[in-house]
Design a protein around this ligand. Sequence first.
Ligand code: SF4
Length: 460
Amino acid sequence: MCGIAGYFSRKGSHPAMQVMLTLYAQQHRGQESCGIAATNGTNINAHKSMGYVKEAFSAETLEMLNGTAAIGHARYPTRGTSVLGNTQPYVIETLSGPIYAIASNGDIVNYNEVANELRIKGVHFSSNNDGELLGRFIVYHHEREGMGITDAIKLLMKRIKGAYSAVFLTREALYIFRDPQGFRPMMIGAVNDDIAVASESCAMDILRAVNSREVKPGEIIIITQKTELSIPFSEQQLLAPKNPPSRHHCVFELIYFARPDSYQFNEYIYDVRHKIGAQLATYDDFDADVVVPVPDSANFIAMGYAAAKGIPFNMGLIRNHYVGRTFIRPDQYSRDESVRQKFNPLRDFFTDKKIVLVDDSIVRGTTIRKLVRMVKGAGAKEVHLRIGSPPVKNSCYYGIDTPNRDELIANNMTVEEIGEYICADSFKYLKIEDLQKCVKTAGNFCYACFNGEYPIPKES
Ligand code: SF4
């Protein structure tokens, strides 16, 4: 995952401040570290920090970053360890100084192959992060091979495989580009005469951006003080309009990652989740006392279930919002700790009740097992667990931290065994064909973590 941001100012507004607000609205996409890089027209200054956005940028820091354009990043680690050196944006120095910076969201599938090619040509890397690879690729072809930056990005799209939504900053321009399959989201919009970029539309709303739209898969957009140029993928690849590249948007963004108030991949997130709940409700013919979500990402799924069945919906589990998302914490110890710290049942609420407990997905199974025990320990008579996605059986190579199939409970146990392990009175997953009914264009999505059909094979 990760959240990216970009802002190009034409009327003297403070781009680093706007980027900070954009990152703040996207904190759910990455909580490990964050950074902002800004150009003042002469060079690029940056500030990076471990931890949350609101603690990372003081008024003095933002003043140091004032200029004409800025990019930013909130990191969720996939490739690379949890150290400041892997924090984006990456600033790339040349003999002219620090004059390029990049921030990206996604994972590169042929990282080793491309990085080794560049190393052989004398390019040095300061991290093993995908964003740096994209930036070094562009700068190498621009500085050493004399290619225009736009042409270097076009070459990047042919050569580098995988998921990337990226913002690339120079002293004069902001380049915005997205992989041809459109795995990760990216929005662009106008704030008066300025241009704003964000991973999610909820961040564009904070800036009161107008005419927001998705950056199209494979599109390159170049913003300068006077111009705004869009190069569609079909034009650069000379594809016939009737032959567009296949789309593979991450369906997990709709189920879990994105904020419910975001609009993404031509879908309202809250609406998709509501439909998922309604689909789950068709599996059951019993009555329950109350439908309870695992907050927050399952809230709308549980609402959809409750509305379809005519059963009351209520928030029986209270979430401590000052603890990060359990799925995106990097190690098992901190995940286990944060489950206990994160959820607390309402006292007396569950006593003698038949509960439908709804969660969005199960990855390792440790969180939900503890939660079912917590609800039963709070007095529930029965707990029927419903999951708003199919079993996660495969690792993601496109930007989500499930690198090892052995960690996935659905890869190690049958549905019946998982139900027993979790100690629920009944247990059901959403079927993949029913998930596909919840989106407008089912063929435009990636479902590889459920069905193993990878749109781009991983490099060997
Ligand atoms: S494998 Fe799963 S998490 Fe990864 S991009 Fe595809 S749908 Fe999303």
